[in-house]
Design a protein around this ligand. Structure first.
Ligand code: AMP
Ligand code: MN
Ligand code: MN
Ligand code: MN
Length: 272
C-alpha cells in the first residue's frame, strides 16, 4: 500500500497533463492517487480514466483564516460522489483568477516588467502565480521562478495580488456537506500551530497533511501527535508540480508513513 494524496496537473499549475500524472503514479507502483489541482476539478475526469490505480478526486482550495492564506485539501470517495454544488462554486473562482492575472500584469507593468498576458491566459484551468512566474522566466525577465517570487510575486512583494480566498471554516463545512473530507495542506509551511489546528478541527476539519516534502521529521512528529489528539485522519503527498528534480511518491516514502496513512485515509474516505 502506498499513496500520493497531493499533486498538480496542467489543470492548474502542474506541468504534466492529468493523464500523464496518473500514468506516472501507475509506473511508480502507487496503490492510490489523489489529484489536487488548485481550485479546480478540471483535470479529474482525464486522470480518473487511467486504469490500474485507485483514483481519488481531490482539489486544493485557497482559503483564508484569520487574515492568512491556508491551503485546504478536499477529497471525495469517487468520481460520481461529489456534491452538485461544488463544481459551480469552483468555476466562480476560476473567473476570479483570470481577473487577478490582469491585476498582477498591471502591478508588474508599474514596476517596469512587461508580462505577456496572452501567453499566460492561453492556459486552461486555474491560473496561478506559478504560471506568471514561469512566463517571466521564459521571457527572460528573471533567471528563475524563485527569483520572480522573491522580487515581485511572493506574499507581500510589490506585485503580489491575493487570490479570492474562501474563509477556511466555511470551506470545511461546505466540503463536508457535499460529502467530502478536508485535510489541512502543509501546516508546517504555513506555521499552523496546535491551537489553530484545534480550532479548525472544531469547525469540522477531518484531516491534516502530515507528510509533505517541506515538512522535516520533527514537524511530521508534531503533526502526527496533533492528529492523534484531535482525531484527524493523516494525509500525505508529494505536492508534485511535474517539474524535474522531484516526483510523485513511491512505495518507499522515507519514513514508512505511507502504509499507515494510506489505509486509514482510504478507510475514512470509504466510510463517508
Ligand atoms: P496562487 O495560488 O496563484 O497564489 O499561486 C501559488 C502557487 O505558486 C503555489 O501553489 C506554488 O505552486 C507556487 N509558488 C508559491 N510560492 C513559490 C515560490 N517561492 N517558488 C516557486 N513557486 C511558488
Ligand atoms: Mn501550486
Ligand atoms: Mn499548497
Ligand atoms: Mn499543492
Amino acid at each position: 500500500m502506498s499513496v500520493d494524496l497531493h499533486c498538480h496537473s496542467t489543470a492548474s499549475d502542474g506541468r504534466c497533463p492529468p493523464a500523464a500524472v496518473a500514468a506516472r503514479a501507475v509506473e511508480r507502483g502507487l496503490t492510490a492517487l489523489a489529484l489536487t489541482d488548485h481550485d479546480t476539478f478540471g483535470g479529474l475526469a482525464e486522470a480518473a480514466a487511467v486504469p490500474g490505480i485507485r483514483f481519488v478526486p481531490g482539489v486544493e482550495l485557497s482559503t483564508e483564516h484569520r487574515g492568512r492564506g491556508l491551503h485546504l485539501l478536499a477529497y471525495f470517495p469517487a468520481m460520481d460522489r461529489w456534491g452538485a454544488e461544488m463544481a459551480p462554486r469552483l468555476d466562480e473562482r476560476l473567473a476570479g483568477r483570470r481577473e487577478r492575472l490582469l491585476k498582477m500584469a498591471a502591478a508588474l507593468a508599474r514596476l517596469g516588467v512587461t508580462l505577456d498576458v496572452d501567453a499566460v491566459a492561453a492556459s486552461h484551468g486555474a491560473i496561478t502565480r506559478a504560471h506568471v512566474a514561469r512566463q517571466l522566466v521564459a521571457q527572460g525577465a528573471a533567471g528563475s521562478m524563485q527569483e520572480v517570487f522573491e522580487r515581485w510575486l511572493g506574499d507581500g512583494r510589490p506585485a503580489f495580488v491575493p487570490s479570492d480566498r474562501w474563509p477556511t471554516e466555511e470551506a470545511i463545512g461546505f466540503v463536508r456537506d457535499q460529502g467530502g473530507l478536508t485535510s489541512l495542506a502543509h501546516p508546517g509551511v504555513d506555521d499552523v500551530g496546535g491551537p489553530e489546528l484545534a480550532t479548525l478541527a472544531r469547525a469540522g476539519l477531518q484531516g491534516v497533511e502530515v507528510w509533505h516534502p517541506s515538512h522535516p521529521r520533527q514537524t511530521r512528529r508534531r503533526l502526527r501527535r496533533a492528529a492523534r489528539e484531535l482525531k484527524l485522519v493523516m494525509t500525505g503527498g508529494s505536492d508534485w508540480h511535474g517539474g524535474p528534480g522531484s516526483d510523485l511518491l513511491g512505495p518507499t516514502i522515507g519514513d514508512g508513513l505511507a502504509p499507515e496513512i494510506g489505509q486509514a485515509f482510504l478507510g475514512a474516505l470509504d466510510a463517508l
